[in-house]
Design a protein around this ligand. Sequence first.
Ligand code: F6R
Length: 614
Amino acid sequence: MCGIVGYIGNRQAFPILVKGLQRLEYRGYDSAGVAMISDKGNLNVYKKKGKVSDLLDFSKDKDKSGTIGIGHTRWATHGEPNDVNSHPHYSQTKDLVMIHNGIIENYASLKEGLEKRGHTFLSQTDTEVLIHLIEDIRKHEDIKLGYALMAALKQVIGAYAIVVLDKNDPDTLFAAKKGSPMVIGVGNNEFFIASDASPIVEYTKNVVYIEDEHVAIIRRGEELKIRTIRDKEITPYVQELEMELEAIEKGGYDHFMLKEIYEQPRSIFDSMRGRLNSETGHLKMGGIEEHETKFINAKRILVIACGTSWHAGMVAEYLFEEYARIPVEVEYASEFRYRNPIIYSDDIVIAISQSGETADTLAAIELAKAKGATIFGVCNVVGSSIARATHAGSYTHAGPEIGVASTKAFTAQVTVLTLMALHVAKAKGTIAESRYRQLLYEMETIPAKVEEVLKLNDSIKKIAAKYKDSSNALYLGRGYSFPVALEGALKLKEISYIHAEGYPAAEMKHGPIALIDEAMPVFVIATKGANYEKVVSNIQEVKARKGQIIAVVTAGDKDVKGMADHVIEIPETDESLVPLVSVIPWQLLSYHIAVMRGCNVDQPRNLAKSVTVE
Ligand code: F6R
């Protein structure tokens, strides 16, 4: 978590830094800060608890001049969110300042050593320890800052993306990374540094993704130089960004989350585009084709992911088992990596991640890789750490997802995973040609069906008004709808702070049924399919205890309508594709409830979009 930005060039740095921080606020937003070397040569550091807007207020009447600077938006790990713990942090002499995204795991022992050498610390952060260490090495070994930085980083255990600014050198920035992301934009006699490309895209499309343990030496008027922390020279690899500026702006919507919910017909279509052709029956999945034999012979698939991506992984479990007849285990990356899991060299691991930066997922990948498994990534962010760590993969083409609550990434993941399962099933011969063709055809109709559900926004808003003051909520579903129940509950709790749980509908009677009374809204997916009658029975069990039923049903349904308090009718589709359509009402409902409760929808408390710490 945390977002970092840096600028060196001919323009004023402050507006660029602040705009960049606002774009990166999804990564953390409990405090923000900037440092610039002013036109008069002073090092000015402004930092404040709160959002970037608070920093703007705070620095209103201050000297913000300077054409070199760094900025940070924080998601607290070490030390509570307050002005002092905000970045940038000073070295002992206050000549150096640094911003940092990541965690220095051995900071306590490094700090102890520094304290013995007379260093005193202002904050509780691990970051301050590192910048003190860099300065300490520079002074005691009498070496240049770049070498001191390399030497310090060799002592660090943990993850970092850092940028260092030296008060006495207004023409140079040093940046380095390991584990946390960093991209450098290469402009015309100017450079931009950021955690992702969103602060950069408006100025240049030429970027260099920095690799682990590489240090970028960025000098005014010179070419970008990169060396490893062991001082080996690296030639920068400049790539062209595909991102467009409008994709990262709100475009007239009140919130990114709403915009992203509405983008789903497009993002689902984009995730299929160029891959699926129902006329010819062709399904092109480049990454899978490279490893087709492995997929065909796989005795097992392990899915590793966190949060919403884990829910998409659960849908994949049903799909791969049903169509490709491969057993699937869906693992929380954070549990998997620490329990000495059994991994075979013929296992296929599918790692799912919107950001491609989730620390636990990345570590689980490394573990599985070390045991010889083939790792397949399903990521949204192109060039992200997970995308680069996997052997092969298929990108979701959802476009940048900025709202902290994941919406369009989920449906894009499920889309890609469905195509993958169908591709493998076809290659393995475990699906009849007619069924395969029917599903391909049905997939192509999904964007239009999602569009239909979005038209129900006003009626969903009315339902939201009725349940906005609930303290608890239960989400139920069976089969393919069970992961959607989990996802519905996660959406509600993370943005509206209402306690919600997702359950397989039949499990309700093994415990949660005790919670049901007239104050308990129960959100059920009761679309037509193999489990329909059983879900109807579960609805009756809730009604018998006076619970409130809000049901997503197939258009034209009569039975549930007769017993539910509210129904939301969605277009009919194949049972295995229902999650792509049935999740939309739950996304809209959470969104409206959160807005009505006055919550910050795009930046819910305590959360960050990209969880780069374990
Ligand atoms: C929920 C949400 C999180 C993420 C999780 C994994 O709305 O956004 O639960 O799904 O942090 O993130 P990625 O997919 O980036 O690995």
